[in-house]
Write a protein that binds this ligand. Structure first.
Ligand SMILES: [Zn+2]
Length: 149
């Protein structure tokens, strides 16, 4: 009998739910291949600065072409939670640890062993206190934890 194995699959983005949207691990050198040329004028030799924000990466580029109509760009690997400046992946990680009954310190250690960007333990506890249980925040959030369920 012949079995055809599929190691790849098509990915679709068919809803705006941040929890169910597909997510992947990306290695930085592979990501930086996308920033080799300016997306506006296609000029090579773009200056690139990378900043990590736990599970989110931000890439700031400056085009060296003086005639470029958009010399500076900022790209983020994740959206923010609606109405906040909280990276969706960071909060979803806290949520997932809680829902799975996991141990945050062990999850963080696993991420460290893989070299993955990760939230800190204090960020996990802040998310748990402020965003998930809804205490300790002065500002009402425009989304609810029910959004994830
Ligand atoms: Zn350019």
């Amino acid at each position: 009998m012949f079995y055809r194995l599929h190691f790849s699959f098509r990915v679709y983005v068919n809803d705006g739910n941040l929890k169910t949207q597909p997510k992947f691990v990306v290695f930085l050198p592979q990501l930086l291949e996308l920033f080799d040329v300016c997306p506006t004028c296609k000029m090579p030799g773009v200056l690139v600065e990378v900043k990590g924000f736990s599970t989110m990466v931000q890439v700031e580029t400056t085009c060296c072409n003086d005639n470029c109509v958009q010399k500076n760009r900022t790209w983020k690997s994740q959206p923010f939670m609606p109405g906040t400046y909280i990276s969706a992946g960071n909060l979803l990680l806290s949520f997932a640890i809680l829902c799975a009954g996991g141990c945050a310190s062990k999850v963080i250690r696993i991420f460290e062993h893989m070299g993955l960007g990760c939230i800190s333990l204090s960020t996990f506890f802040r998310h748990q206190r402020v965003c998930i249980y809804g205490t300790g925040s002065d500002q009402p959030l425009t989304w609810s934890f029910q959004t994830f369920l």
